[in-house]
Ligand binder design. Structure first.
Ligand SMILES: [Fe+2]
Length: 209
């Protein structure tokens, strides 16, 4: 058995999707949330919208004996109706759903945090591979995703400029990745884990550029 994967991610490991259509979430949808000091990919704080059992905590679902799916909404999610609706509209099984707050840094410092995610721990073989989707909420000018196939392979590097409304889907267990925010303000983005399924495939196709 092998995991079911998204054919659309086979070639590059990521896709830049259409910009978000419809009303943009109001800034209160990310400024009013409860953030937790949790370092991942730089100087970060995270506001959990869905966690393993609905608590305001950032631990991997594996710490609770679960794969990164069947996420449960937290109290934060009540403060973010547009963002919650965005996740539900995808229609696929979701796991961790969080708003990341990434503080500014130099590019050199950001690059020190390039990493792969652990999305499929405890995910049974034969089920859908867990990948991650982004909706950028705000991003200082010059913010960018840095992606690589191999950590030390500069030739494989892809740079993706970030701005509010940008949507991405990335197999972050395959791709090395980090975001550089040059500042001066923090950058906020929604990050959601989704299990590969017909529903996720259909959503990605509906969002292709
Ligand atoms: Fe990551």
């Amino acid at each position: 058995m092998a995991y079911r994967k998204l054919e659309s991610l086979n070639e590059k490991g990521y896709l830049i999707l259409k910009d978000h259509e419809g009303p943009a979430p109001a800034p209160e949808e990310w400024t009013s949330l409860e953030y937790i000091d949790w370092k991942s990919g730089g100087d970060t704080n995270f506001a959990p919208l869905a966690s393993a059992f609905g608590d305001l905590e950032c631990h991997g679902f594996w710490d609770h004996g679960k794969a990164d799916k069947d996420g449960m909404w937290t109290s934060n999610s009540e403060l973010t109706p547009t963002i919650k609706a965005w996740v539900e509209n995808v229609g696929a099984n979701f796991g961790r759903v969080r708003v990341i707050q990434l503080n500014p840094s130099t590019e050199e410092e950001a690059r020190r945090h390039i990493h792969q995610d652990d999305n499929n721990r405890l995910n049974p073989d034969g089920e859908g591979w867990v990948v991650r989707a982004w909706l950028e909420l705000d991003a200082p000018e010059g913010s960018k995703f840095i992606l690589r196939d191999e950590k030390d392979d500069a030739e494989s590097e892809q740079l993706i400029p970030l701005y509010p409304g940008r949507q991405l889907i990335i197999d972050t267990e395959r791709m090395w990745h980090v975001v550089h925010n040059p500042g001066p303000a923090p950058r906020h983005a929604l990050i959601a884990s989704f299990e590969t399924s017909d529903a996720l495939d259909a959503w990605v196709e509906s969002q292709r550029v």
